[in-house]
Each structure stands twice: as structure tokens, then as C-alpha cells.
Design a protein around this ligand. Structure first.
Ligand code: ARG
Length: 806
């Protein structure tokens, strides 16, 4: 009796705690899912939490991969076949495309293993295990001053990870949770022989383009496929023709049963960054200053690139990937600003802060915390745009990317040979930058950025050089002076002209370098930042991190379930909820599903965003949908769920209650673009491509029946139904030597924190110049972005790791 009562009470409190959190909000850590089990089962999960994550036996997590650092993928066959978004494979696909072999525009399907295309630099990781190391970390960090905390933590991480992977081929990372109130260790198996298996044409994979991006209703077939290869022992190995497809511990069965409103849906993946407990001050700064600046600066870049892209197919292919990345977060910041305002997020944060202030009264640990926050922001705000301009303007153009290595290294150059050594080490990176360097467009971008800088940044914050050069190049207006100055830069500098740059790197001269006008220009802005603003910004960052950590700790003490899950930080998470429609505004209802009929409604022949392959139009005409149609005969395309995801979840599997794949998450919706800051239950939705559309496109549009045959297709009910269509692939055919293609440099910002000479030591050997430029900017503003092409998240804190893959 006693026992039963105890169990009953425990169950009750369990349910209470599970349901007192907003039901569908949360990016839960797989290691803690037991506490969500009751809730998940009530929503329709037929599995146990151990079926989702367990160490030692196979579980769902073994089929989930961290895809190239910035996306998620899932393994869907016993032969290591990986499904992810088209926009996650975009850089690999665009880089592999030429006018003659244009797989970006035409699509591509390998008919056998030999036709698959290795992607240089691409990797995926599977989580082997995770562990709470909070006690170990906190014990070692005790008493350490805030300014030393970062460096100290790096040392602790090093020890813990080394210990965790001793004697294995694994990799490990420690991640901070709750802004440093908890720490977790993650062990990964990282695979580096990854090959492109297939992609739809981009007018399917990116249908709707930037017009539809971040919006529902959506009609995009946003998927692409890769395969993991290993050595003969099924272990990670560098690319080799002798490698074989990976045999995973688990692969997801693929459901052709479809979804209906209210169905259980969960998503496992690697959400990048959220900042759900940002202070109201951060919201204000983002909405009023930082976001509009990012949008405006990117606007210049995008318009200028578009002019180039519209003139030539081969130039378009070269710029496509950069364009898509920049455009993606350009629109993100427009949407975030709009929704932060519409949903009155500042007021929401203020309210929470008022509650906190009340709770903090008389408690020495928390009393006065918000006043300190105000003070820190007051000191920082006048300089906040400096970091935005550095990353989004000063470092952004190709000429700056070509020069930044020389700029940061300048102090170490003694002879021409020193310059030569560095230039030689960066050769591959330079080639990469030069491949997308269009002089007149670059010049236009620098001019516009500089005009914006001149008008937005107080004169006393400018480097002295700017006024001097404007006087020397005097025009009728300030704008004209800037235009003349930039024209002079590009006419005279080795960094403003491909041929001059190449000639210089072949025979560098220190004297030429130090007198070069773009070198002088970039140095002036960079050094101005490093000397005059970085110290202030560093101080703010340290203060903000410390106060943010205390705030979260306090909030958890104030109301134990208020902060029920940690912010996203590119570690493995699970979100669960259901298929759910919504009402975006008064009198408007959005259904949960879109169809191929809707694709046809948007079809504009010849348009850059809404064109379609003739064959798809034909398939629609004939209603040739095979087994993939809905019960009413229509072809499903996308559906929405109320899952809690963010960037980095791109490509994540949407899984039903039986553990079967029903879709692929690929976007968030406009009405909840503030979702990284606050989860709005009424509006927040995840946009998923329906797996039946994926299968239809592979089979009917791509003709890749070999892929369909490799999958484990299931009708869902009952739970352990036998595959209806499982055909094991025969031993892979002998592998012809395929053309290597390379993964995006955007895809990788390294783990290393780099600065000054130390940075250059590495860069001369390993790091490509373009990455270096991004890293330099990122490091300078103290953000090691997970999404390299993604700007500093103004209202989102830095993640002390690396990232991207847009
Ligand atoms: N918004 C999507 C995401 O961040 C990416 C969509 C890519 N498409 C585009 N038109 N840029 O996951």
C-alpha cells in the first residue's frame, strides 16, 4: 500500500512536472528523456525513452548524424545512406556544378556506388555517448576570475575529452548548458569519406527561393542524399576507392503511411543556437540597431551579386552558394525583427525581469543583477555596431578576404621571404576566394558599405585614415568622396585585381605590401577595431556571460520548471509534439499540409525561383504518384508540426510514434521568426518536407529506383510491421574513380580559437584564406559562429565551439 502510494505520488508529480512546461516547447537532451516519457506517450509515442537514446545498445540516436557541422542528417539504409536538406548539400552540389555538368540546375542521381561523388572536406558525426560532467568542471573552475574563465575552461575540456577518448578513434567535446551552470561531454564517431548520392534539380530543391524562404505555406522539395564510407573494419577513414559503405548500428525505417493533423511527431537533431533567456536590453539593441544594420549591409552584397549572377550561367553557379547563405540570414533578421516587435518580446522579457527583481530582493546572490545588466549594456551600446560592421562590412568583400591574412600577420613580416611563405601556405584559400571575386561588384559593395559606415558610426569612432582619404579624393558630397576613394583603391591595389594579386603572390615584396592601398585601408579599420573597441566588447561579453549565467541560475531557483531545458548549442536534442495547423492572423487559417497542386499554382515558367522541371509538370498532369499519393489522390509536399527547432536542425528527421521517418525538417515559419529568443506556442511551427514527396521525386522524377530499393519502406501500423519493400543492396559495385568535389569552406569554422600570430601560424598551414577572413572577423567580435556565413547573432550568445554549413 505504502509502496503503491509512493509510486502513485511519484507518477503524479512526474506528470505534473512534465505538463507544467509548455507542452511542446523544448529542445530536450536525449540523456534526460525519461522525464518526458509520460508526456510523449500521451501524445502518441509508442516507444520508450531507451528506444530513442541508450548507450551500449543500438537506439534511434545511432541513425542521427551531425552533418558537416551545421546541419543534421539521418541514416536511412543499412548501407550508410544519409538524407539531409538540399540547402545543407547546396555548397557541395553547386561546387560540383559546371555549365557542362550542371547538377545544381538539372539534378543528379548516382545509379550505383561508382557514380557517387566524393565531397572533399565534408564530414558527419554520430554521437556515441554523452555524460554529465558538471561536477568535475565546476570543481575545477571554482574561484577562477571571469576573465580567465574561458581559457581555464578550454584546459578543463582538453583534459576531460582526452580522458574520454583514450584508446579509441573517437572525438569528444564538452558543451556548456544553461549558460555555464551545467556541462556535458559528448563523444562522437566522425566519418570523413562522404559522397554525394543524389539531388533534385534546384528548381525543386529550392523551389520558392528567397521569396518563400522562412514561410508557410511552402512547396519546396528540400532534400539531398549522401553516403558514408568506411574502411574494411567499418571505421572512419579518409577517402579511398577501397572504402565501403558504412553499416550503421541503426537506420530509420521510412514510412509511406503519411501524416494527419494531431499525429505525434518528434525531431532529433543538432539545433545550433537559441538564447531564450536573453535580457530585454539585448532585444532592444537587436531590434533598434544590430538587425537593421545586418539587413542593410547584406542588401548591398546581395543586389550586387545578383547583377553578376543574372549575366552568366557559370558566374551564377560560382556565386550561388554564397548568395543562398547570405540571403538566408538576411531574411532571417528581417523576420526576427518584425516578430520580436509584433509579439512584444521586449515587454515579455521586461515582465520576467520584474518578477526576477522581486524574487531577488534581499538575496545577495541576485539583488542588483539587473542593474548591472543595464550598466553593462549602457557602456557597450555605443560600440555595438562596430562589431557588426567589422563582420558584415569590413571583412566581407573579396578584397578584404584576400588581404586580411597579410594584415593580421604584418607585424611578423621581416623579409619578402616571410610574405612569400605565408602566401604559399594560403594558396588554396586564395584560389577559392578568387573564384568568386568579381572586381566591379566587389568595388560597388565596398563603396556602399563604407557610405553606410560613414553615416551610421560616429565620426570619433572612425579610423583617422577615412577622413584623410576622403579629403584626398574630394567629391561634391561625402558619398562621392567615398566613391572616388574606393575607385582609387581598386585601381591601385594588388587586392583589387585578380591578375595583380596573382602576380604579387608569385613574387611578393614586403615594400609593395605595406604601401598597398587596400592593405592600408583594411589595416586601418581592423586595427581601429582591435585597439579601440575590442577591449570594451570583450569586457561586455565577459560581464554579459557572467550575469546571464547568474540570471538563469536565479530563474531556476525562482521557479524550478521555468528553465526546463538548456538553450540550443549544436548538441544532440529531441523535440516532440504533433502535426498541427495554425491561424497566422485574424480570420486566416493555414492547413497543415501542402500539395503538388499548390506547387503548380506557384509555377512561373522561366522564373528564377518558381520554375519547374518539365517532367514534374508532366507527372502532375498524369497524376503519376505511385504509392506516394494521399488517400484523396493528391501528392503531399510539405507539412507542419509544432516542434521546437532552430538552424542546425536543418535536415533533421521527423519521426512518428513508431520510430519511422515521415519527413525532413527544413525551416521555421515567418510568424515565429523570433523563435530563437522566445518560443511562441500559438505561432511556432516547423516546416517539413513530406517523406512521400521525397520518395516520389527520387523514383518518378529522378528515376533512381536503386535508391528506393535500398530503403526499408513501411506502412506504420502496427508498430513492428515487416518492411513491405525491403530489398537489400547487393555488394557495392567496384568503385570507379569518381571526380572529387569539395565541401563548402563556409561549412567549417574550426574549433580553434585564433588570434594574431597564433592564428597565422595555423592559417599558413591548414586554414584556407576565406575561412580565415571569416574566423578573423568572428574571433575579433568574440563569436565563433556555428554558422560561418551567419552573422554575429545579436541577441544570441556565442557558442564556444565551431560550426556551420548553410
Ligand atoms: N531557411 C532555411 C534554413 O535556415 C534555409 C532555406 C534555404 N533556402 C533559401 N532560399 N536560401 O534552414
Amino acid at each position: 500500500m505504502k509502496y503503491l502510494l509512493a509510486v502513485g505520488l511519484a507518477a503524479l508529480s512526474f506528470m505534473a512536472s512534465a505538463s507544467s512546461t509548455t507542452p511542446d516547447e523544448g529542445m530536450w537532451m536525449p540523456i534526460h528523456l525519461k522525464k518526458n516519457e509520460v508526456k510523449m506517450k500521451s501524445l502518441g509515442l509508442k516507444l520508450s525513452s531507451e528506444d530513442l537514446y541508450v548507450v551500449g545498445k543500438s537506439s534511434m540516436k545511432d541513425a542521427i548524424v551531425w552533418f558537416n557541422g551545421g546541419c543534421t542528417g539521418e541514416i536511412i539504409s543499412s548501407q550508410g545512406l544519409v538524407l539531409t536538406n538540399h540547402h545543407c548539400g547546396y555548397d557541395a552540389i553547386a561546387t560540383a556544378s559546371t555549365k557542362e555538368d550542371n547538377i545544381l540546375d538539372n539534378g543528379f542521381w548516382a545509379k550505383n556506388n561508382g557514380q557517387e561523388r566524393p565531397v572533399k572536406g565534408m564530414w558527419v558525426s554520430v554521437v556515441v555517448r554523452m555524460e554529465d560532467v558538471t561536477q568535475a568542471v565546476l570543481a575545477k573552475i571554482k574561484g577562477v576570475e571571469e576573465k580567465q574563465r574561458g581559457a581555464k575552461l578550454q584546459g578543463i575540456y582538453k583534459e576531460l575529452t582526452a580522458e574520454a577518448i583514450k584508446g579509441t578513434h573517437y572525438e569528444a567535446q564538452v558543451r556548456e548548458m544553461y549558460k555555464g551552470n551545467e556541462y556535458y561531454l559528448f563523444v562522437f564517431e566522425k566519418f570523413t569519406d562522404i559522397r554525394l548520392v543524389g539531388t533534385p534539380p534546384q528548381n525543386v530543391g529550392k523551389f520558392g527561393g528567397d521569396t518563400d524562404n522562412w514561410m508557410w505555406p511552402r512547396h519546396t522539395g528540400d532534400f539531398s542524399m549522401f553516403r558514408i564510407y568506411t574502411n574494411a573494419e567499418n571505421k572512419p577513414a579518409a577517402y579511398s576507392t577501397a572504402n565501403k559503405p558504412y553499416a550503421p548500428k541503426h537506420h530509420l525505417p521510412v514510412s509511406v503511411a503519411g501524416v494527419k493533423e494531431g499525429d505525434f511527431a518528434m525531431i532529433m537533431g543538432f539545433p545550433g543556437r537559441t538564447n531564450r533567456y536573453e535580457f530585454s536590453n539585448g532585444i532592444k539593441l537587436a531590434v533598434e540597431k544590430v538587425n537593421p544594420t545586418i539587413v542593410s549591409l547584406r542588401d548591398s552584397r546581395l543586389k550586387s551579386w545578383k547583377e553578376v549572377m543574372d549575366k552568366s550561367v557559370s558566374d551564377r553557379l560560382l556565386l550561388s552558394s554564397d548568395y543562398a547563405s547570405i540571403a538566408n540570414y538576411w531574411k532571417y533578421y528581417i523576420g526576427q525583427t518584425e516578430q520580436l516587435t509584433r509579439l512584444k518580446v521586449y515587454d515579455q522579457k521586461k515582465e520576467l525581469e520584474a518578477r526576477f527583481a522581486n524574487f531577488a530582493k534581499g538575496n545577495p546572490e541576485y539583488d542588483g543583477l539587473l542593474e548591472k545588466v543595464n550598466k553593462a549594456y549602457e557602456a557597450y551600446s555605443p560600440y555595438a555596431l562596430q562589431r557588426t560592421y567589422l563582420q558584415e562590412a569590413i571583412m566581407a568583400p573579396s578584397s578584404a578576404q584576400l588581404s586580411i591574412g597579410f594584415v593580421t600577420q604584418a607585424a611578423n613580416f621581416k623579409t619578402d621571404a616571410d610574405v612569400k611563405k605565408m602566401a604559399d601556405g594560403m594558396k588554396a584559400g586564395f584560389e577559392d576566394i578568387l573564384s568568386t571575386f568579381f572586381q566591379s561588384s566587389d568595388q560597388k559593395i565596398v563603396t556602399q558599405h563604407l557610405v553606410k559606415y560613414f553615416n551610421a558610426i560616429p565620426k570619433e569612432q572612425h579610423p583617422a585614415l577615412l577622413a584623410t582619404m576622403m579629403k584626398k579624393n574630394k567629391g561634391k558630397t561625402d558619398e562621392e568622396s567615398i566613391e572616388k576613394y574606393v575607385a582609387y583603391l581598386y585601381a591601385k591595389s594588388i587586392f583589387g585585381d585578380k591578375a595583380k594579386f596573382t602576380a604579387f603572390t608569385e613574387k611578393p615584396s614586403l615594400k609593395t605590401l605595406t604601401k598597398d592601398p587596400i592593405f592600408v585601408h583594411v589595416s586601418a579599420f581592423y586595427n581601429n577595431y582591435i585597439t579601440n573597441f575590442k577591449p570594451k566588447i570583450d569586457e561586455f561579453n565577459a560581464m554579459n556571460a557572467q550575469l546571464g549565467r547568474a540570471y538563469i541560475k536565479g530563474l531556476r531557483e525562482m521557479q524550478s520548471d521555468l528553465v526546463a531545458y538548456p538553450d540550443a548549442n549544436s548538441s544532440l536534442r529531441l523535440t516532440y509534439g504533433s502535426v498541427q495547423s495554425y491561424d497566422p492572423k485574424d480570420a486566416v487559417h493555414y492547413d497543415f499540409v501542402t500539395t503538388l497542386d499548390g506547387v503548380m499554382e506557384k509555377y512561373v515558367p522561366g522564373d528564377s525561383e518558381f520554375d519547374l522541371p518539365a517532367k514534374l509538370v508532366e507527372l502532375h498532369g498524369k497524376k503519376n504518384y505511385g504509392q506516394y499519393a494521399m488517400a484523396d489522390g493528391r501528392m503531399p509536399v510539405a507539412f507542419i508540426t509544432n516542434n521546437d527547432i532552430t538552424g542546425g536542425n536543418s535536415g533533421s528527421p521527423v519521426i512518428n510514434g513508431s520510430g519511422h521517418l515521415i519527413g525532413l525538417a527544413f525551416d521555421g515559419n515567418w510568424e515565429a521568426m523570433s523563435g530563437d529568443i522566445v518560443f511562441d506556442k500559438k505561432y511556432k511551427r516547423t516546416i517539413n518536407v513530406d517523406i512521400r514527396y521525397v520518395l516520389f521525386l527520387i523514383e518518378k522524377l529522378g528515376g533512381a529506383t536503386n535508391i528506393i530499393a535500398e530503403l526499408n519502406l513501411v506502412k506504420d501500423e502496427p508498430r513492428f510491421v515487416q518492411p513491405i519493400d525491403e530489398i537489400k543492396m547487393s555488394v557495392p559495385s567496384p568503385i570507379a574513380k569518381p571526380l572529387p568535389i569539395k565541401a563548402g569552406v563556409k561549412g567549417a569554422t574550426g574549433k580553434t580559437t585564433l588570434e594574431g600570430a597564433k592564428m597565422m601560424d595555423e592559417s599558413t598551414s591548414k586554414i584556407k584564406a576565406k575561412e580565415l577572413a571569416e574566423k578573423t572577423a568572428a574571433k575579433a567580435v568574440e563569436v565563433t559562429g556555428k554558422e560561418a556565413m551567419r552573422p554575429v547573432m545579436p541577441v544570441t550568445e556565442a557558442v564556444p565551439v565551431k560550426r556551420e554549413g548553410e
